[in-house]
Ligand binder design. Structure first.
Ligand code: PLP
Length: 450
């Protein structure tokens, strides 16, 4: 562990090498060591690093103007990005509000939903139901609808408690995710929660279509999303899709909601939307909501940096690159090949208890026993140790230990959508080496448990 002194601080004491350059799927530190970015940072750099067309678009915009405050000027870049985004969203979601990241996008959605309810005379509706576990951001509003104890517990007294329902984890509950009855079983928990709260108090349901950091690239069981939408409609509850991680092609469609032909009321995006080139996020809302709020006096919300022309120009260029290179299709094709490779590793390493994913959002989960689904003991800190071993071997992956009743270490593998089969071979080989090392390292501790 690198211990050089610094004025910078993030979450913990662990320090990482200093980044020098990044191109395509590779990154180099200042000592010249090369890493393959197997998680696109935190599922961000979907089009790869230092794409020349994006850099050129940013240069062109910087030479024209770098800032125009949104209440003083509209810009060509923000107009263009809003139009492009609306065209990629389900019908009716044609009003776009820009922000600088995922948490800001989620906060915006919560406040737009609430203002809409007030505008149409439903002031009693304020509760936003979400799932446990889930991750929707780190600001206090987004954290109130997040369910992940290590991040939420200390702040509970400072937040408005919001209702939660269990996220569907069919593989742990011994249910078949391909059976519609499974999807309905979990979705019906939403209906039960709405009834328990009193439908007149429930404003919205927010859901990550494919669980990201929370459940580890876990797709919903068959029939779940459609039934969730039906229930929301039945009780006049707004459906908010958090596509911060799943958007911009990550799951093999531009938006994950296209897998189920959903018509949500609001979609939030960030991460791959600007692919790491600038801080940028967006909320796309149904025109019905926006018109009602504007008619009632305006949206009481906004960030100084929102709609920044440089950020929007980068956003346009990122979408153009996704389209020009056919990266959504590549995410679907390479994602399926990556899943095959992960399943191959699962056959060789009993410590892998589950492999799942959609497009290039894939994960595997460690288990002490596949039959009982027993997790590795928490004290092993498997998620941290494996990431560090892979890092030393030149592969960057992303990991979490899920809490809230169900334990488990999952490792997310989500390389940039520009990956080729050659890159997948390299990733698989580095995972193989890292899994062998990791298994050797923890074997004595596992033997003690057995
Ligand atoms: N929503 C989801 C699904 C996320 O995965 C994240 C970040 O990981 C966020 C919201 C928050 O985004 P940000 O970290 O950009 O604020």
């Amino acid at each position: 562990m690198n211990q050089r002194p610094s004025h910078l601080f993030y979450q913990g004491r662990q320090r990482r090498p200093v980044l020098d350059q990044a191109r395509g799927v590779y990154m180099w530190d200042v000592d010249g060591k090369r890493y393959l970015d197997g998680s696109s940072g935190a599922m961000v750099c979907n089009i790869g690093h230092s794409n020349e067309n994006v850099l050129e678009a940013m240069r062109r915009q910087m030479e024209k103007s770098t800032f125009g405050y949104r209440l003083h000027f509209e810009t060509e870049a923000s107009e263009k990005l809003a139009a492009k985004t609306a065209a990629l969203c389900p019908e009716g979601l044609n009003r776009v509000f820009f922000v600088s990241g995922g948490s800001e996008a989620v906060e915006s959605a919560m406040k737009l939903a609430r203002q809409y309810a007030i505008a149409v005379g439903k002031d009693s509706r304020w509760k936003i139901i979400s799932r446990a576990p889930s991750y929707h951001g780190c600001t206090l509003g987004a954290l109130a609808i997040t369910s992940y104890d290590p991040l939420t517990k200390p702040f509970e007294p400072m937040m408005q408690a919001m209702p939660k329902i269990p996220a569907p984890r069919a593989y742990l509950d011994g249910l078949d995710p391909e059976d519609e009855a499974t999807g309905h079983h979990y979705a019906d928990m939403l209906e039960a929660q709405i009834l328990a709260e009193g439908p007149d108090t429930v404003l919205a349901f927010i859901v990550e279509p494919v669980g990201g950091a929370s459940t580890g690239a876990l797709p919903p069981p068959k029939g779940y999303m459609e039934r969730v939408q039906e229930i929301c409609r039945k009780y006049d509850v707004l459906l908010i899709l958090d596509e911060v991680m799943t958007g911009a092609g990550r799951t093999g469609k531009f938006l994950a909601c296209e897998h189920w032909d959903l018509q949500p009321d609001i979609i939030v995006m960030s991460k791959g939307f600007a692919a790491g080139y600038v801080p940028l996020g967006a909320m796309a809302a149904h025109e019905r909501l926006v018109e009602a709020v504007l008619d009632a006096g305006g949206f009481l919300h906004g960030y100084t940096y929102a709609g920044n022309p440089l950020a929007c120009a980068a956003g346009v260029a990122v979408i153009e690159e996704i389209e020009r290179q056919g990266l959504v299709q590549n995410s679907a094709t390479m994602g399926a090949k990556l899943m095959d490779r992960l399943e191959g590793l699962m056959q060789r390493y009993p410590i892998i208890g589950d492999v799942r994913g959609m497009g290039l959002l894939t994960a595997f989960e460690f288990m002490a026993d596949r039959k009982t689904k027993a997790p590795l003991p928490a004290h092993l800190k498997a998620f941290d140790r494996f990431v560090n071993i892979a890092y030393d071997n030149g592969l960057i992956v992303y990991s979490r230990r899920t809490r809230n009743g169900v334990e488990g270490d999952h490792i997310i593998v989500a390389p940039p959508m520009i990956v080729t089969e050659g890159h997948l071979d390299e990733i698989t080989q580095m995972l193989d080496t890292s899994l062998a090392q990791f298994t050797d390292e923890i074997r004595p501790e596992l033997d003690k448990i057995a």
